[in-house]
Design a protein around this ligand. Structure first.
Ligand SMILES: [Zn+2]
Length: 92
C-alpha cells in the first residue's frame, strides 16, 4: 500500500490541507500545491467558488444585485463576463 502525502510547495508543512493551483504568465506555466496561507495571494484574485469556502479578501462590491446570480452560473475561473469587463472599464 502506498500513501501519498501532498504538502505545500512553499512551507512544506505536513498535515495542512493543500490545493493545486494553476498559474501562468505568457508561456510559462506552474502548478503549485499550496496551503491556504500560502495560496492567499492567489485566492484574492480568484472568484469565489460556488458553495466553496469563503475567500479571505473581499472583492469590490458592485451596485447591481443581479451580478450575484451571474456568479453562480458555473463559469470557469479566470473568465470574465462582458458585464464585468464593462464594469472595470467604468471604474478606471
Ligand atoms: Zn504553505
Amino acid at each position: 500500500m502506498e500513501i501519498v502525502i501532498q504538502v505545500c510547495d512553499v512551507c512544506e508543512k505536513v498535515g495542512k490541507p493543500v490545493k493545486q493551483y494553476g498559474v501562468s504568465e505568457d508561456d510559462r506555466v506552474a502548478k503549485p500545491v499550496l496551503c491556504a496561507d500560502d495560496a492567499a495571494p492567489l485566492e484574492r484574485f480568484l472568484p469565489k467558488a460556488p458553495g466553496g469556502k469563503v475567500v479571505a479578501a473581499a472583492r469590490p462590491a458592485t451596485k447591481r444585485p443581479a451580478k450575484k446570480a451571474a456568479a453562480r452560473g458555473g463559469r470557469q475561473s479566470g473568465v470574465m463576463t462582458m458585464e464585468e469587463i464593462e464594469a472595470q472599464k467604468r471604474k478606471s
